[in-house]
Ligand binder design. Structure first.
Ligand SMILES: [Mn+2]
Length: 352
């Protein structure tokens, strides 16, 4: 059952929680600020409301230590696929995604586990069929949906307010990417600020400092930046890290992700005349190449583009995807780039 409104969902949701004892909360692989925020703030709420139940938090991938100053970080089980111990639970709640493969490398095992599974999400991507879903595409963040779900059932203290602010700032680029139909987020943000005396810049510096190592990788992304044009499409900007660079410098995927996020958030829509673009990063862990795409309104709809290519999903202005070779061999960066550009050459531009 899929809901867009909080109240009919909430009744069903709490009923599922009431009937369960050991509840697993999770979020998508390689959690970002909103993923961490939505999972942990929901756990904080539920464990206050139902102190006699167990609410375990886990992610199937690594989790950046940037979040270590926030409530809940130490308790989160990480670097282990949730399907390895899934049989200990009688309810699954996943936030900031609504497809089984976003929570586990073994989506079929999760899907077929013998207990209810609930998703809370704000992505437009088609959801997997499951017991209960709350999905609102107009929400800026999963954190916003969690706020709507809990704010009249709990006194929002400083801990909870800061968790929710983390997610909202993360998915809105510090309140920059807010569409006209999402303006209510400013009111919510104001309510949260009343609960915690933070200076936003200072707050962000608690978790968005980067290491010199990450900055070096970021410099490589800047050095590799290129401008491109495919007939009929708006001009675009791309950048990448080569597989050779990764191998020679023996760099961990999580450090690459941190550096990539900075480039993508700060520079992918900044260059005059290039309203959209993407970044390619080769991964060592599974030999894939992943994409992060960004665009300005009126240029390419990067969600539809990556969906049409069958490589991923996300939002109209911010999407992501992954290319894997069927035989498991390493995907080259050249192949990852040409997979998109070759497709563009044969299709009319997808604008919105
Ligand atoms: Mn999100």
């Amino acid at each position: 059952m899929e809901y867009k409104k909080v109240s009919p969902f909430k009744a069903k949701f709490l009923n599922y929680v009431l009937k369960s004892k050991n509840i697993l909360l999770s979020t998508h692989l390689s959690p970002d600020d909103d993923a961490f925020s939505s999972m942990v703030s929901l756990q904080y709420f539920l464990s206050k409301k139902y102190p006699n139940k167990k609410f375990i938090m886990a992610v199937s991938s690594d989790l950046s230590s940037r979040y270590s100053s926030f409530y809940g970080y130490q308790e989160i089980i990480k670097n282990k696929d949730i399907t390895e111990y899934i049989n200990k639970f009688d309810l699954f709640i996943g936030t900031d995604a609504s497809e089984f493969h976003r929570f586990s490398k073994y989506p079929e095992i999760l899907k077929n586990s013998p207990f209810p599974k609930i998703f809370i999400d704000h992505h437009k991507t088609l959801s997997s069929n499951t017991d209960l879903i709350l999905k609102r595409n107009t929400a800026t963040s999963a954190a916003e949906i969690i706020y709507d779900l809990i704010h009249d059932s709990i006194n929002i203290d400083q801990t909870l307010a800061e968790l929710l602010i983390l997610g909202i700032l993360g998915d809105t680029g510090s309140l920059t990417f807010v569409r006209p139909d999402q303006r209510r987020i400013f009111k919510i943000f104001q309510n949260l600020l009343k609960r915690t005396p933070i200076d936003i810049q200072e707050f962000k510096s608690r978790y968005s400092k980067i290491s010199p190592e990450v900055f070096k990788i970021f410099q490589e992304f800047v050095a590799n930046n290129q401008y491109m044009h495919v007939e009929g499409w708006p001009k675009f900007q791309i950048t990448f890290l080569s597989r050779e660079y990764l191998n020679t410098n023996k760099i961990d995927d999580s450090l690459v992700s941190e550096a990539a996020d900075i480039f993508v958030d700060q520079y992918l829509r900044l260059i005059e005349g290039y309203p959209w673009g993407f970044l390619v990063k080769p991964r060592t862990s599974d030999n894939s190449c992943t994409y992060s795409l960004r665009s300005l309104p009126g240029s390419v709809n990067v969600r539809l583009l990556i969906e049409q290519l069958n490589l991923g999903g996300g939002h109209d202005r911010a999407s992501g995807g992954k290319l894997i070779n069927p035989d498991g061999s390493p995907v080259t960066v050249d192949k990852a780039i040409s997979t998109i550009t070759d497709w563009m050459k044969n299709h009319p531009p997808i604008l919105s």
